[in-house]
Every structure is written in structure tokens, then in C-alpha cells.
Design a protein around this ligand. Structure first.
Ligand SMILES: [Zn+2]
Length: 277
């Protein structure tokens, strides 16, 4: 009973009975997928919280996108894609935390389908020698440089992966500025995208402060853990994403891509509050 997926049950119900495919260009929605680790490691928590996606399931997701003619774009092209009047389906693929299994497991699969992705790095854990974050190995700068030369984009996920809303304005600025500078120094390319660590706080004033700092540091866009598919009305710096993991079989994955998971954005705040950590 503990693993009953109420979120899955309701999502598939909505997908079958209520959600119609978006056809109007004005309410075009673009899914931004949020992956973390691509590995077979098992997790003990409820599947809603899982952050691992097995390589086999990740391959199935990418194959689904490929077979259904999705165009994989990066965050910088979102606005242009919202404005386009064509009927193409777009998707953005993102990875948080800079784990080494992106290099070993995710990239070969992305390459097979000729897809790009954006990886958000907590730069305090990316070094020349291999470090770990949350008990998992991270990539090295050498691997980051190698992936960039093969078409992968990198964004900032702060330096130390803190709960940003607990920090002073100066500390927040350091987290977002120093991580950006470090990636730019190592890759020689401008960093425009930011991924907010942990749950995004429902605090308007904090949002205004953070947006001001992100702009000041030269970012042009950002993503959060808020659940949803992106549309042009969203704040460019705090866009919603769709969390995905091993539990997403193709039926659930397809329903999420088409917006049937978006209802969860409201109860999400409540679910996080009962998560107890
Ligand atoms: Zn993270």
C-alpha cells in the first residue's frame, strides 16, 4: 500500500478522460524533463521521490521522443519555440547535480538519438579529481569539457547546493556568481541557465530578490523543481519541470509530456511539507 501511486493513478485518469492535446499555438506547452542520476541503483522511498532513472528506462524515454518526432531544444530557444506557429513538439532535457553517471550512462544514450541536454553543476563538487555529492560520484572538469565539445550544455546549480532561501543576499549572490564564473572559466563558454536546488519556496519577496541577482550575474533563464510543463506565461527564471525516474513507464511518461501531471503543482507544496525533511 505504501507504494500506491495516487499521483500516477490520477495522472493517467486525467490523461484518458480530460486532457486534450494542445493544438492552439497560444497555449503551447513545452515539457522540460528533470533527470538526476541515470543508474540501476534502487531507492527505498516512495517512487514519487526517486531521482534515479535506470539506463534501460532512460533509453525507452529517449526512444519515445525520437519515434514521436520531438525536437530537443535548449532553454535559450524556449521563447522562440513558444512563438513558432509550426506544429512541432518540443522538449528540453535537463540533469541536476553533475553526477558521473551522466558521462558513463546518459550521454551514450543521448548520442544514439542525436539529442542534446543541459546539465546543472554544483561547482563545489566538480574538480579535476573525482568528488562525490549525496554519496554519488560527480564528473570532473575534464569530462565536462569533453561533453561540451560534443554538444552538451552546462548551467549552474550553485556552488555548495544550499537551501538558498536560508542565506543572506550576499551569500546567495556568491553561490550564483561564483558557480557561473567557474563553469565559464573551465568551458570558455557563457553560462545562461540556472537550476534552483531543492524545493522552490513560495515566497514572492525572495523570488524578486533572486531574480534580480540572477539578472545582475548575467543569467537569462532558469528552472526549478516546481511541477509542470512550461508555457510563455511562466517566469523565465523559475520555469517548472517534469520530474522523471525509473517508475515512469512509457504510458506515464507520455501522460506527463502532454501535461497530465501538471495538476500536481498545487498539492506539491503540501506533499513536500509532509515529506518531513
Ligand atoms: Zn540538486
Amino acid at each position: 500500500m505504501i507504494n500506491f501511486r495516487l499521483d500516477r493513478f490520477l495522472t493517467l485518469y486525467l490523461f484518458r478522460h480530460i486532457i486534450k492535446k494542445q493544438t492552439s499555438a497560444d497555449d503551447k506547452r513545452i515539457p522540460i524533463l528533470m533527470y538526476h542520476s541515470i543508474s540501476d541503483e534502487k531507492e527505498k522511498s516512495h517512487p514519487y521521490y526517486h531521482v534515479n532513472t535506470s539506463p534501460a528506462v532512460f533509453d525507452a524515454h529517449m526512444r519515445y521522443l525520437h519515434e514521436n518526432n520531438y525536437s530537443v531544444i535548449n532553454l535559450q530557444n524556449l521563447e522562440k519555440s513558444f512563438a513558432s506557429r509550426d506544429s512541432s513538439e518540443y522538449v528540453v532535457i535537463t540533469f541536476d547535480d553533475g553526477f558521473y553517471d551522466f558521462f558513463t550512462n546518459a550521454f551514450p544514450i543521448l548520442k544514439k538519438y542525436n539529442f542534446s541536454a543541459t546539465v546543472f553543476l554544483p561547482t563545489g563538487f566538480i574538480h579535476n579529481e573525482r568528488l562525490s555529492f549525496k554519496g554519488k560520484e560527480c564528473m570532473t572538469w575534464h569530462e565536462v569539457q569533453d561533453l561540451q565539445s560534443k554538444g552538451i550544455n552546462f548551467g549552474s546549480h550553485t556552488v555548495t547546493h544550499p537551501q538558498l532561501n536560508n542565506l543572506s543576499t550576499k551569500e546567495i549572490e556568491n553561490e550564483i556568481k561564483l558557480s557561473k564564473n567557474k563553469i565559464e572559466d573551465e568551458t570558455g563558454r557563457a553560462v545562461e541557465s540556472f537550476s534552483y536546488p531543492y524545493a522552490f519556496p513560495e515566497d514572492k519577496e525572495f523570488g524578486i530578490t533572486l531574480r534580480t541577482l540572477l539578472k545582475k550575474c548575467g543569467y537569462t533563464n532558469g528552472v526549478t523543481t516546481k511541477i509542470g510543463t512550461a508555457n510563455k506565461g511562466d517566469d523565465t527564471f523559475f520555469q517548472p519541470r517534469l520530474p522523471v525516474n525509473t517508475a515512469d513507464d512509457i504510458l506515464f511518461f507520455r501522460a506527463k509530456l502532454q501535461g497530465a501531471y501538471n495538476w500536481l503543482s498545487k498539492p506539491q507544496t503540501f506533499i513536500k511539507s509532509i515529506k518531513g525533511k
